[in-house]
Write a protein that binds this ligand. Structure first.
Ligand code: ADP
Length: 323
């Protein structure tokens, strides 16, 4: 299973190039022969289930871990062994970002800025951009989880890096904070920065990323633009039918239905033949309350990673029609 995306413009050097990278921990292959390019100015999302190898791969790109084999280059240079020439050009937020916990928010970021020799004026603008402008005097150890997350992101951005690595930056944020951060990230991209990030939020990846790569068990199974992926993998539309209107087996036997799941208060019917299924449903239960959803990146992701829970396969005659 693989799709290819358009070749980068002739002569454009990628910000990050990973070639045949493998990394094992004991007997476990956490990253398995991964080859990948992140183009300059691109917003690239790395997706995959827990344990798929995302953090390990990102840490290898950042120069925080050494690959067992394969090669990595960042702006044409190897990030390993620790390459101090690259540090000012990269911003890194990890899931275990370190803080000066006894300092205030402003002191912390001033310290980080000074370590990088960054313009002190960037401290205020960066705090403002991540929504921490009102928290200058608060001690770092008094911040909420979401606020710490924002400070970790500010610490990755304060020196104005060209290439920004963010590991699940929106994980601890509430929905409003998440949307605010989307605007910060879109602003960075608009200013030509390259962003590599991991997330479990598929809606977010679909909204933000130019391209995504999906890792499964250490292997990069696909790299593509979200909309192209959705088209290529042809995830079906989903029809939501209020529970109790039709049984699961009866729904799975309707012509055109490929699979049925129960989600919340609905039976979810997957299909690539919306019109046929709607007509069949209409005849059985009527269409009141029935909603149709077009496929999303989440549908493709769940199909690729084979993690879709509780699926009732279509009736055998439907499966034969699809074959
Ligand atoms: P992800 O970020 O996708 O959740 P990770 O890169 O953190 O995946 O982990 C990939 C696999 O490698 C997991 O099975 C994890 O348990 C293992 N792993 C990660 N770091 C280490 C380590 N330092 N030592 C041993 N195993 C590790």
């Amino acid at each position: 299973m693989s799709t290819t995306s358009p070749t980068p413009a002739e002569g454009a050097r990628p910000a990050v190039a990973v070639s045949g990278v493998t990394k094992s921990y004991g007997g476990l292959r956490a990253v398995d022969e991964v080859t990948l390019e992140v183009r300059s100015g691109e917003f690239f999302g790395l997706l995959g289930p827990n344990g798929a190898g995302k953090s390990t791969l990102v840490e290898i790109m950042e120069g925080l871990r050494r690959a067992d084999s394969g090669s990595v280059s960042v702006f044409g240079e190897s990030p390993w062994p620790r390459n101090t020439a690259l540090l000012p050009r990269m911003g890194v937020q990890t899931q275990s970002s370190a803080f000066f916990v006894r300092q205030t928010v402003h002191e912390h970021l001033r310290t980080v800025a000074a370590l990088f020799g960054a313009d002190p004026a960037a401290v205020d603008t960066t705090l403002e951009s991540v929504g921490l402008a009102g928290r200058h005097g608060v001690r770092v150890d008094s911040l909420s989880g979401g606020q710490r997350q924002r400070l970790a992101i500010a610490s990755a951005l304060v020196h104005g890096p060209e290439l920004i690595f963010l590991d699940e930056p929106t994980a601890a944020l509430d929905p409003e904070g998440r949307r605010d951060l989307w605007e910060v990230l879109r602003g960075l991209k608009a200013r030509g920065r390259t962003i590599v990030y991991t997330t479990h939020h598929l809606d977010e990846a679909e909204a933000l990323c130019d391209r995504v790569g999906i890792l499964v068990d250490g292997r990069l199974v696909v790299t593509d633009e979200p909309q192209h992926l959705i088209g290529t993998f042809g995830a079906g539309s989903r029809m939501l039918v209020p529970l109790g209107r039709i049984g699961e087996r009866e729904a799975a036997a309707l012509p055109g239905v490929e699979a049925v799941t129960v989600q919340g208060g609905h039976l979810v019917l997957e299909t690539r033949a919306t019109g046929r299924v709607l007509a069949a449903l209409d005849a059985v239960t009527g269409l009141e309350g029935v909603q149709t959803r077009t496929p999303s990146l989440e549908d493709v992701y769940l199909d690729i990673t084979a993690r879709r829970p509780g699926r009732t396969p279509a009736a055998p005659e439907n499966q034969e029609q699809q074959a």
